[in-house]
Design a protein. Structure first.
Length: 135
């Protein structure tokens, strides 16, 4: 996202670029969930990232506004303060590398036919983060 428009209490709308604001919150756009966005660097440029989960593995999405693009959003995983790229073609294997230090969860993730499906990524990250807290 190149900029965000924010309306203040007086009703004035101002545009902010990722290098001008550190985070913003979209208050309950659907249901009961707030959407928090943070601004951070990737490839020497700041971008807005939708913060999904924060922990030993943090999970973010960066959205693509180009309706002709093949992907609506890209998933970003951060572990040990390093962005970990997970490709669509080897998603299960690439993400599995991030949770290898939790052998039971790792084996269930790799055997996706019986256990966790790729759409359950938030659950898997939550389980991993909880396990990591207790280690």
């Amino acid at each position: 996202r190149k900029f965000v428009k924010i309306k203040n209490h007086a009703g004035i709308i101002k545009k902010y670029k990722p290098n001008e604001i550190s985070s913003f919150l979209v208050y309950k756009p659907r249901g009961n969930t707030d959407y928090k966005f943070i601004s951070t660097y990737r490839d020497d440029y700041k971008h807005f990232y939708h913060e999904i989960l924060v922990g030993k593995i943090s999970y973010y999405k960066i959205y693509n506004q180009d309706i002709n693009a093949s992907e609506f959003y890209k998933e970003i995983f951060i572990k040990n303060d390093k962005i970990q790229d997970v490709t669509m073609f080897s998603y299960r294997k690439d993400f599995g590398e991030l949770i290898k230090d939790y052998p039971e969860l790792y084996s269930k993730w790799i055997d996706g036919n019986k256990f966790y499906k790729t759409y359950e990524i938030e659950l898997v990250i939550s389980l991993y983060n909880e396990y990591s807290k207790n280690k």
